[in-house]
Every structure is written in C-alpha cells, then in structure tokens.
Design a protein around this ligand. Structure first.
Ligand code: MG
Length: 171
C-alpha cells in the first residue's frame, strides 16, 4: 500500500493538474474570442496535456492500490491583455507546478517511496520542457512587439502545434 501522506500529495497534484487544464482551456477560449486562432490552438493542446498529466497520476495511484479522491477545481482567470501576458502567466504558473512536483519528490524520498520518486522523474523532465516552452514564446512575443505581420506569423506558427499523448500515459 502507498504511504498516506504520499497518497494525499498525489491527490492534491491531480487537482493541481486539472486546475492547470482548466486555466489553459480558459486561455484558449479567451484567444478564440479575440481572433487569435493559433494561440487558442496552442492552449487547447496545453489543456489536453494537463489532462494527461492528471491521468498519469490517477493511473499510478490505482496501480499502487491507492484511492483517487477528486476535489472541486478552483475558479480560473478569464481574460489576458495579450498573448505575451498569457505566456508570462503560464511561465509563473509552471514554476509553481515545478515546486509542487519537487515537494512530492522530497516527501517520497523522506518515506523511502522509491516507486513514487521514479514516477516523478518523468514529471521533473516534463516541467523543464513546460517552463522552456513558455520562456521561448515570451521571447518571441517580446521580439515582435506590436508588429502586425510578426503577430500574424507567430499565430500561424502556434496554430501548427499538434497534440501527442505522452508515452507515460500508456505505462
Ligand atoms: Mg502539468
């Protein structure tokens, strides 16, 4: 059986991942309404990825004979002044998620739950990627500033993003 404190932490993380999904869906809907289909597409894929993160933790807890407990998802913001602002908010949010993953990692080590630590390694790498993606897009939006053609081209680029289910989902 899985340690109770670790189980509680994973359940809290499942909620945090669903909150992330809800946040990014809200961003997608905002930019859809703002006539930024590429940005909306990028965040819709982010929404799918976050649901996959929650599902990976759900699968893991079930594999360990634990009990998944789903709690209410807190309200999310609904408007952002610009794509730049949304990607800055994304980076700040992902830094918080990284800290949460690190906390569970430390707890798993403390109680010698090496299976959980092993599962978390995937999330540790994933967080490096999440932060890097947001940082790169912040840089691009800063670079183009108010240039209309640049904004259009970057929206096209984000519109080309496709969803790939993470391999960890099948484990
Ligand atoms: Mg996540």
């Amino acid at each position: 059986m899985i340690n109770n404190k670790v189980q509680d932490a994973i359940n809290a993380q499942i909620n945090a991942e669903f909150w992330s999904a809800y946040l990014y869906l809200s961003m997608a809907m905002h930019f859809e309404a703002e006539g930024r289909p590429g940005v909306a597409n990028w965040f819709k894929i982010q929404f799918q990825e976050e649901q996959a993160h929650a599902q990976i933790f759900i699968n893991y807890l079930n594999q360990r004979g634990g009990r998944v407990v789903l709690k209410a998802i807190d309200e999310v913001p609904t408007t952002w002044a610009s794509p730049l602002e949304a990607f800055q908010a994304t980076l700040e949010h992902e830094k918080k998620v990284t800290a949460l993953i690190n906390d569970i990692y430390a707890l798993a080590e403390e109680v010698k739950d090496y299976a959980t630590r092993d599962r978390l390694n995937w999330f540790v790498s994933e967080q490096v990627e999440e932060e890097d993606n947001a940082r790169q897009l912040i840089d691009k939006y800063k670079l183009i500033g108010d240039d209309g053609m640049g904004q259009y081209m970057l929206d096209q680029e984000l519109g080309a993003r496709v969803y790939n289910a993470p391999a960890a989902l099948a484990e």
